[in-house]
Design a protein around this ligand. Structure first.
Ligand code: SF4
Length: 222
């Protein structure tokens, strides 16, 4: 079990999948620079979190629920959790029914090619399971472009992948080392490219590389 000061943000998992160095810069070194993409995402999430809890048909909608898992060492916040009237799930105050929690994440763009969104949703579901002592096997995304709701299953395989990533990110925190840069196409869309300087700080541009190159140039290294 993790303690409160060891908890890492669920958002670190997505950053880790996008770029391990970006994850280190944001979560270890506390560097954050906004660009148009991150600003649009932030505004969308702020809007979603501002709305009050409400009823929609047979579902109760709760926004901006704080999440924690001491088993996984995670902390975060949902966009929306729908509680669907069901024959299993949890009891909600003021009602006589059982309710099945169903997390929903709002996304600024279209579905990503990698499964970082699914990992984020799975991490949220696992936090909710621990907090509410129930099982959650489904969740959904609401993508803005095109406007579409996509349901996903929280499979055993997705849970395992998520736990592996959580472990890797905890290891990075324990090591206190930000991974090195690896310049790739994605760097062009990264808001941290100015501080990261991936072309300069990448794997082939390490100090030992320069030293060995200088040594070779001067005939000092055989
Ligand atoms: S610029 Fe590239 S290497 Fe650096 S943090 Fe961003 S994605 Fe990662």
């Amino acid at each position: 079990m993790f303690t409160e000061d060891q908890l890492i943000s669920i958002s670190a998992l997505q950053h880790w999948l996008f770029c391990q160095r970006q994850c280190g810069l944001i979560h270890l070194e506390q560097i954050w620079i906004e660009n148009q993409l991150t600003a649009e995402g932030r505004v969308l999430h702020e809007k979603v979190h501002q709305s009050d809890a409400e009823f929609a048909g047979d579902a109760r909608i709760v926004r901006g629920l704080r999440l924690v898992s001491f088993r996984l060492g995670l902390v975060g916040q949902t966009d929306v959790v729908e509680f669907h009237k069901s024959d299993r799930g949890i009891a909600l105050p003021g009602t006589n029914n059982l309710w099945q929690p169903f997390p929903v994440e709002y996304k600024r763009g279209k579905p990503k090619k990698d499964n970082s969104d699914c990992v984020q949703l799975c991490a949220q579901a696992m936090c909710l399971e621990e907090m509410l002592k129930t099982e959650i096997n489904f969740g959904a995304f609401y993508y803005q472009r095109p406007r579409r709701r996509t349901e996903i299953e929280i499979t055993k395989q997705l849970r395992q992948q998520t736990e592996n990533i959580v472990q890797n990110v905890h290891q990075m925190f324990e090591s206190k080392n930000t991974p090195r840069a690896d310049y790739e196409q994605k760097c062009k869309n990264c808001s941290l490219v100015g501080v990261c300087m991936p072309k300069t700080t990448g794997l082939n541009k390490r100090v030992d590389y320069y030293l060995s190159k200088a040594g070779n140039d001067e005939g000092l290294i055989e």
